[in-house]
Design a protein around this ligand. Structure first.
Ligand SMILES: N[C@@H](CCC(=O)N[C@@H](CS)C(=O)NCC(=O)O)C(=O)O
Length: 212
C-alpha cells in the first residue's frame, strides 16, 4: 500500500500512526499539496491528502474513510475505533472536535499561504481562530475529566487519542497558528504523553509551509 502525503499534515499523520500501530506495511510518497498538487490530483481528484493506494490500485481518500478501511482490514480485536455504544459515540465526538480544530487551523494557514497579503480578511481569520479555540477548550476539559486514565474514551488507545495528539501538535508547530498549549494544561499533558510513544515519535517531522 502507498500513502500519499507529508507527515506535517495531521490527517496524513493520523493514518500513518494507525497503520504502524496495526502492523500494516506501507510506502509513503512525501508529496506536498502545494508543490505536488498536479500529481496528487492524479490519485485524489479533490487534490487533498491523505490518499491511500491499495495494492490492487484502488485509491481511498479522506482520513476517516481510510481509517475505517484499516479497522475493517485488521478486524475488531485490533481496530482502533470502539465498535459500538457510548465509547464509539464518545470517540466520534472527540474526533469531530479535533478534526474541526484542525480544519479551522488549516483555514488560517491557507489564508496565509495561498492568498496575497492584501486579500486576507482578518475577521474571517479571527472567526476561525475562535472556533479552533472553542474546540480545544472542550478537548482540554475532556482530558481533565479522564483523570488518571491514559486514554480519552476507552481503556486502550483509539483513533480519538491519535487525532487529538497529532492535531494539537500540528496547531502548535505551525508558525501561522502558533498555538500556545499552555492555555490548555490537561490537553498539553495528554499530548506530551502520546508524542513520547514510538509510533508518534517516528512520524513527527518539522513544519513544511505549503507553497502556492
Ligand atoms: N477531511 C480531510 C482533510 C484533509 C486535508 O485537509 N488535507 C490537507 C493537508 S493537511 C490538504 O490536502 N490540503 C490541500 C487542499 O485542501 O487544497 C481528511 O480528513 O482527509
Amino acid at each position: 500500500m502507498t500513502l500519499i502525503g507529508m507527515l506535517d499534515s495531521p490527517f496524513v499523520r493520523r493514518v500513518a500512526i494507525a497503520m504502524d500501530l496495526c502492523g500494516l506495511q506501507f510506502e509513503r510518497l512525501d508529496w506536498s499539496v502545494g508543490r505536488d498538487f498536479a500529481r496528487i490530483r492524479e490519485f485524489s481528484p479533490l487534490g487533498r491528502v491523505p490518499a491511500l493506494v491499495l495494492d490492487g490500485g484502488e485509491v481511498l481518500v479522506e482520513s476517516s474513510a481510510i481509517l475505517d478501511y484499516i479497522d475493517e482490514r485488521v478486524g475488531t480485536q485490533q481496530a482502533l475505533m470502539p465498535a459500538q455504544g457510548a465509547e464509539r459515540r464518545d470517540a466520534l465526538g472527540v474526533i469531530a472536535l479535533a478534526v474541526g480544530a484542525a480544519e479551522k487551523g488549516r483555514e488560517q494557514i491557507y489564508e496565509n499561504a495561498f492568498r496575497p497579503a492584501e486579500k486576507r480578511h482578518e475577521p474571517w481569520i479571527e472567526r476561525c481562530r475562535s472556533q479552533m479555540h472553542g474546540a480545544l477548550g472542550e478537548l482540554d476539559r475532556r482530558c481533565a475529566l479522564r483523570g488518571d486514565s491514559p486514554w480519552l474514551v476507552a481503556a486502550r488507545m483509539t483513533h480519538a487519542d491519535i487525532a487529538v495528539a497529532v492535531i494539537t501538535t500540528f496547531l502548535a508547530d505551525s508558525p501561522v497558528v502558533a498555538l500556545d498549549t499552555g492555555a490548555y494544561p490537561a490537553l498539553r499533558a495528554f499530548v506530551a504523553r502520546c508524542e513520547a510513544l514510538p509510533a508518534f515519535r517516528a512520524t513527527h517531522v518539522p513544519w513544511f509551509a505549503p507553497q502556492a
